[in-house]
Design a protein around this ligand. Structure first.
Ligand SMILES: NC(=O)c1ccc[n+]([C@@H]2O[C@H](COP(=O)([O-])OP(=O)(O)OC[C@H]3O[C@@H](n4cnc5c(N)ncnc54)[C@H](OP(=O)(O)O)[C@@H]3O)[C@@H](O)[C@H]2O)c1
Length: 185
């Protein structure tokens, strides 16, 4: 679940419930700095990207006894998970994730574009790809914006989850908008 690219030489661990062997080949295909590890080891990371089916969040939350101090990036889109409306009961999906991972600083990001689009190198002449970020923790937002910058992305912080976060929750206005930032003339 923790996943990013080796683009900036940042070590990455990925994990799933079925253990490292089940994803070792996949991890190797992503580059030399990507390691398949047991879930408990991945959860020791400073920043945890959660990219699992939305309805698995409740189960995933039990993977750690205490989420305090963790920065968690919620890349998920509840909209595409049948039955999610009954779980959300009107809550924004990132708010639900923050409730489940109580104590973590949860950042909604990397969810508004397909993974393949995010991973693709962009011709520098076209500018930098924009990554949209929303969180109720400004410190965590800055941290993820900094990480996005290291990955060659242009981070745009949209404020709290119930502000800009609403716009990047599928199927709302900024979802699937493949934006780029170019220097002002
Ligand atoms: N694919 C995209 O382009 C894209 C774009 C934006 C957002 N998203 C969002 O990202 C999430 C994942 O999408 P996906 O397409 O990658 O789905 P996926 O192919 O179903 O992958 C989900 C992964 O989650 C793991 N998993 C499930 N439950 C888990 C748990 N409790 N703990 C740890 N790992 C668990 C699964 O492995 P095991 O079964 O082995 O645990 C599997 O490797 C979804 O919420 C989706 O909306 C996807």
């Amino acid at each position: 679940m923790e996943t990013t690219t080796v683009r900036a030489g940042i070590p990455v661990s990925i994990a799933s419930t079925r253990g490292p062997e089940s994803i070792r080949q996949f991890a190797a295909s992503l580059g030399a700095g990507v390691h398949a590890v047991p879930l408990e080891e991945a959860l020791e990371s400073e920043i945890i990207f959660v990219a699992i089916p939305f309805l698995a969040v409740e189960q995933f939350a039990k993977s750690l006894p205490d989420w305090t101090g963790k920065t968690v990036v919620d890349t998920m889109n509840a909209h595409y998970a049948p039955g999610s409306a009954e779980v959300l009961r009107g809550r924004l999906s990132t708010r639900y994730v923050a409730e489940q991972l109580s104590g973590a600083d949860v950042v909604e990001a990397f969810n508004h574009l397909p993974a393949n689009t995010l991973a693709a190198e962009l011709d520098p002449k076209l500018g930098r790809r924009v990554i949209l970020i929303a969180t109720d923790s400004p410190r965590a937002g800055d941290r993820i914006a900094d990480l996005a910058g290291q990955l060659g992305l242009a981070a745009v912080q949209l404020g709290r989850v119930d502000e800009g976060g609403r716009l990047i929750q599928a199927p709302n206005a900024l979802v699937l908008r493949n934006l780029t930032e170019q220097p002002l003339q």
